[in-house]
Design a binder for this molecule. Structure first.
Ligand code: HEM
Length: 204
């Protein structure tokens, strides 16, 4: 298990959602144009966004999981998971620009006014970008304690994405409630860990 987590095989697992997306695109192009529903472009943007959000939840879930089950190996792979999360968020953004905006940048301003939730998603995307580019040993050494602080912004990214999704919703509020509860749970887990650390610090 330890070896697998450190191997390229782990990247293949992180790529599983991508194979699924490619399979769906293949279906739409060559088998059944309605495979992704009546609006495949919008469905694809949504699918990639959902994958990115679940990946972000998994990344933030690593620390509580590790503390609960003393499973240190997964912590080492957190960075790979974070990079994969950013990759899916980037694909989500590219799908938006290519399929919904059709690369018409002059329409972006109008779209931002009409759909301000895009700005919120963009801010979350910027945080993911900052985390992805600093996911290497050099940045960990260089930023030292600031690295941890920067990577805690992942929680803010998750809150922003829930807001992004909430803003978009026209129905199915149950799904958003699930996302919101999971993110609140992760923040609470983070908080209780923080409180324990503070107490331990005071006892020294
Ligand atoms: C980079 C900036 C971003 C842009 C421009 C953007 C744009 C969009 C757009 C236009 C939609 C709506 C598609 C529709 O019409 O139904 C959408 C949905 C979604 N986005 Fe983003 N987004 C961004 C960042 C993110 C990030 C960083 C995440 C997650 C990590 C995310 C997660 C989602 C999810 C889950 C949905 C689906 C909501 C639903 O259930 O309908 N987005 N995004």
């Amino acid at each position: 298990m330890r070896h697998f987590l450190a191997s390229r095989g782990f990247w293949l697992v992180l790529g599983l959602p991508l194979y699924y997306v490619l399979y769906q695109i293949g279906q739409v192009l060559w088998v059944r144009s309605s495979a992704l529903g009546p609006d495949p472009a919008q469905a694809l943007v949504t699918l990639l966004g959902e994958i990115a959000l679940w990946m972000l939840i998994l990344v933030l879930g690593v620390s509580p999981f590790r503390q609960l089950f003393h499973f240190k190996q997964l912590q080492r792979q957190r960075r790979a998971m974070g990079v994969a999360c950013f990759g899916y968020a980037l694909l989500h953004w590219i799908a938006y620009a290519a399929l919904l905006l059709e690369w018409q940048w002059e329409a972006l301003g109008e779209d931002l006014l009409e759909r301000p939730y895009i700005i919120v998603g963009f801010l979350a995307g910027l945080i993911l970008l900052a985390m992805a580019v600093t996911s290497n040993d050099w940045s960990v050494r260089r930023l030292s304690s600031r690295w941890k602080r920067l990577h805690r912004w992942g929680y803010l990214a998750a809150v922003l994405v829930v807001l992004h999704v909430f803003w978009i919703a026209r129905s199915n509020y149950f799904e958003i409630l699930v996302y919101a509860l999971v993110v609140v749970g992760l923040l609470a887990a983070r908080g209780s860990w923080f409180v324990k650390k503070m107490k331990a610090f005071k006892e020294i």
